[in-house]
Write a protein that binds this ligand. Structure first.
Ligand code: SIN
Length: 292
């Protein structure tokens, strides 16, 4: 296949009415994009935080190549990648699988890392006829909607993140494995997951300069300097606030759709509801920098 960069490629960006999330058409992502087109894609991604490209039947090589056009690969711990593809995770759930679907909790990918991934790209290979949506929460508008008094209090706080709840030695996957639960995806439970990492509770997006709430029920375990009760009260309020209908976009998949989201200013949640049907997605991440 030719890797020549085509001379022109107009893109069509159709944002959701809220401005959070946009569909991008007019592109063939299996080829390198002209620099101006790639810049337009990155700008649309910065503007809308979640962007999706329908009708992109990408091979593994093409998915990897497009990911690298956005930035270098992130580090994906605790899940065995695809054979021979260290940067692609297959999120696969069989029709008869009983285990809870992967990603069924609000989170921002790998926020327990020192430098969590800026982007996640998810490519739909097999989509069920019912269910299987992904929900996204807009953490920028959620921050903007807070009172000035609440913003001032949160701005100086540091949240503690950890992978312990899902991947730790006493975590949910450890319990599932102890009960010999069946799961197609190979999860690696590890003491590494029990470590903690501090990040600002409100982070500033390095491209847009906008502030966003940066906590999640899956990976945030507390707020530095607060008692567990104080942390739980503030975090509980924030989770309810961030995931209000006003800030959430429900993404419906079609096969061969590529969706790219910004982990620096969104949370996501993989909805279930497709028992009896196969769902297969391929996922890559793009490295990010230390939250500030
Ligand atoms: C995830 O990356 O958390 C899973 C998203 C999905 O499968 O919809």
């Amino acid at each position: 296949m030719s890797q020549a960069v085509r001379a022109s490629a107009p893109i069509h960006v159709k944002p959701n009415p809220s401005g959070f999330g946009a569909e991008i058409t007019g592109l063939d992502l299996s080829h390198p994009l002209p620099p101006a087109t790639l810049a337009a894609v990155k700008q649309a991604w910065a503007d809308h935080a979640v962007v999706w490209f329908p009708d992109q039947p990408l091979t593994h090589d093409e998915l990897e190549a497009f990911t690298l056009r956005i930035g270098p690969f992130g580090v994906d711990p605790f899940i065995k990648p695809m054979e021979g593809r260290p940067h692609i995770l297959e999120l696969r759930r069989e029709p008869d699988e009983k285990a809870r679907n992967f990603g069924a909790g609000w989170h921002s990918d790998w926020s327990f890392q020192a430098e969590p991934p800026a982007a996640t790209l998810l490519h739909s290979k097999v989509t069920p006829p019912v269910g299987g949506d992904t929900l996204y929460a807009d953490c920028t508008r959620a921050y903007d909607a807070l009172s000035d008094v609440m913003k001032r209090m949160l701005d100086g706080l540091v949240a503690v993140h950890s992978a312990a709840l899902p991947y730790g030695t006493k975590g949910l996957f450890a319990q599932e494995q102890a009960q010999k639960g069946d799961r197609t995806m190979q999860i690696i439970v590890s003491p590494e997951a029990d470590k903690t990492y501090p990040h600002p509770l409100v982070r500033v997006h390095p491209v847009t300069g906008r502030k966003a709430l940066y906590v999640s029920p899956v990976y945030t375990v507390g707020i530095e300097g607060m008692t567990p009760e104080e942390s739980a009260a503030i975090l509980g309020f924030l989770y309810a606030h961030m995931t209000k209908e006003d800030f959430v976009y429900r993404h419906k998949w079609r096969e061969n759709m590529l969706t790219m989201w910004d982990n620096r200013c969104t949370l996501h949640f993989a909805d279930g509801g497709y028992d009896g049907y196969l769902r297969v997605m391929h996922r890559t991440t793009v490295a990010g920098d230390r939250p500030r």
